[in-house]
Design a protein around this ligand. Sequence first.
Ligand code: FMN
Length: 195
Amino acid sequence: MTLECIADAAAHFQHSEQLQRGWPFHGLSGLVSFAREDVRQMDEARFRQAMGHFATGVAVVTARHEGEISGMTVNAFASVSLEPMLLLICIEKRVRTHDLIASSGRFGVSILRSDQEEISRRFASPSENKFSGVGLRDGETATPLLDPCLATVECRVYDTLPGGDHTIYLGEVTAMQVFDGDPLIYFRGGYHQLR
Ligand SMILES: Cc1cc2nc3c(=O)[nH]c(=O)nc-3n(C[C@H](O)[C@H](O)[C@H](O)COP(=O)(O)O)c2cc1C
């Protein structure tokens, strides 16, 4: 019997007529919430695992507002439309870059090269000095962009859509540049290179 079945059975039993009449079955609500939490964690792990089978490139999204800059590693990044020219990024609501994009109304995307795994790791964990020693240049709209990298895209926020604990930022492309090199690949929770 799976945890989900146990949780469902316990929940059903808990709400049965006999219980409402006051049967002395203490601890059942504890079992229900324990089992539900386990099911949720198991589903989350399975979701992460399933999505991890979709190989992606890796990019660093950057934003600047009133002298403050921030950046974070992303792979929830996709092109959306040609007319107008739109792309999307999905940004967790509680990260710093989320609010900086909202305040500035702009963001930059720097697509990483195969030799930039360390940059990806650095921008995927919270730190005060993520940019220390990292090559940067200002884009056409003064958005900070990584230099070097494989390609850069600058955007103004075109629209935002709700995405659960993330916000989907639709960006209208205002500038782009491409450079030579191979991409950094993210697959099943690890970094890879094209073979
Ligand atoms: C390969 C990879 C891809 C990621 N993609 C995203 C993403 O698309 N959206 C997101 O909100 N977080 C993503 N993250 C997690 C953020 O990079 C991480 O939460 C980061 O620490 C946020 O920056 P902050 O802590 O400075 O706010 C990704 C992490 C990795 C390693």
